[in-house]
Design a protein around this ligand. Structure first.
Ligand code: GDP
Length: 303
């Protein structure tokens, strides 16, 4: 039985917003993610090669952070939705100013609205001479997206992902939306999270990007996720920086994506991560899961 959340609890604390970028093919999703990601490398943090790990975290001038999900085809987004776990707090809908609202734009709108996830519109390619941002806002009106310019409450930003223009305003809009939502997570109790991506790394072995939903992820945390299980050995970010090597490091809080190594068996994108009390317990739960299926394994876990 899931623990009841007590909003007055001192451990029910603000967390970063988790954002997914959606839109029609070629409207600039990848370019926008790249611009946001490379803009997020803090001074002195460079050195490692920035890798695609399925998510990354961007600091805001206000001190808050935003997490961007960067999963190809948003496979994990739909997997996770079908398991009833919501990952994304906000959808940034990218529409190319020189192209307009197209089929996948409409699909993204429907997707977000069905999941009751608020949308922020990023009108991209505004550097193009034929860009017509206002025409985009008008087109969106007929799809139920009423931007502030048209008396609605949906924020829209004019950007050029290619030239990295307007990104600060986009981050501002995300922050405004996130503050309205008062996003919080329980930091007490066992870790719960979601696997965004997993792979084999030649240096570190089996690694998986985990987005912590609640609890604090530490070195030595014992995890079970779908067919995967293990004990956290090392925690690193998208810039290849081993966070757990920092002498001041203690834990990864909810909302921060992190690449986890130490898996004995590899989980898959979309798997729900649960913390077990010990490595022995993690192994037992894993075996029960594989013997009798996921549901009974979960029962064993909560006994
Ligand atoms: P995706 O399919 O939505 O991921 O789109 P991409 O990011 O791959 O971009 C498709 C094409 O549009 C590429 O050639 C990009 O260089 C170009 N592009 C993306 N953003 C901009 C922009 O802001 N301005 C211009 N002029 N071109 C852009």
């Amino acid at each position: 039985k899931p623990k009841e959340l007590d909003i007055h609890s001192p451990t029910y604390l603000p967390r970063p917003a988790v954002v997914t970028i959606m839109g029609h093919v070629d409207h600039g999703k990848t370019t926008l993610l790249d611009s946001l990601r490379s803009g997020s490398v803090a001074a002195g943090e460079a050195g490692g090669i920035t890798q695609h790990i399925g998510a990354f975290s961007v600091p805001l001038p206000t001190g808050e952070r935003v997490t961007f999900i960067d999963t190809p085809g948003h496979a994990a987004f739909s997997n996770m939705r079908s398991r009833g776990a919501s990952v994304t707090d906000i959808v940034v809908l990218v529409v190319a100013a020189d192209d307009g609202v197209l089929r996948q734009t409409v699909e993204a709108i429907n997707h977000a609205q069905n999941a009751r996830v608020p949308i922020i519109v990023a009108i991209n390619k505004c550097d193009r001479p034929d860009a017509n941002p206002d025409q985009i806002r008008q087109q969106l009106l007929s799809h139920g997206i009423q931007t502030e310019e048209y008396g609605g409450d949906i924020q829209s930003c004019e950007v050029s992902a290619l030239r990295r223009e307007g990104l600060d305003r986009l981050l501002d809009a995300i922050n405004t939306q996130a503050m309205m939502m008062d996003l919080r997570a329980e930091q007490d109790g066992p870790v719960e999270g979601i696997v965004l991506e997993s792979r084999y790394d030649r240096g570190r072995g089996l690694v998986a990007t985990v987005l912590v939903k609640s609890g604090l992820l530490r070195i030595g945390s014992c995890l079970v996720a779908g067919a995967g299980w293990g004990r956290v050995r090392e925690l690193s970010n998208e810039h290849g920086v081993v966070l757990s090597n920092d002498p001041n490091f203690t834990f990864i809080p909810p909302g921060m994506p992190v690449e986890v190594s130490g898996w004995r068996e590899l989980p898959h994108a979309g798997d729900i991560v649960n913390e077990a009390p010990s490595e022995q317990a993690a192994r037992a739960i894993h075996e029960a899961l594989n013997r009798t299926g996921y549901e009974s394994g979960m029962t064993e876990m909560t006994r």
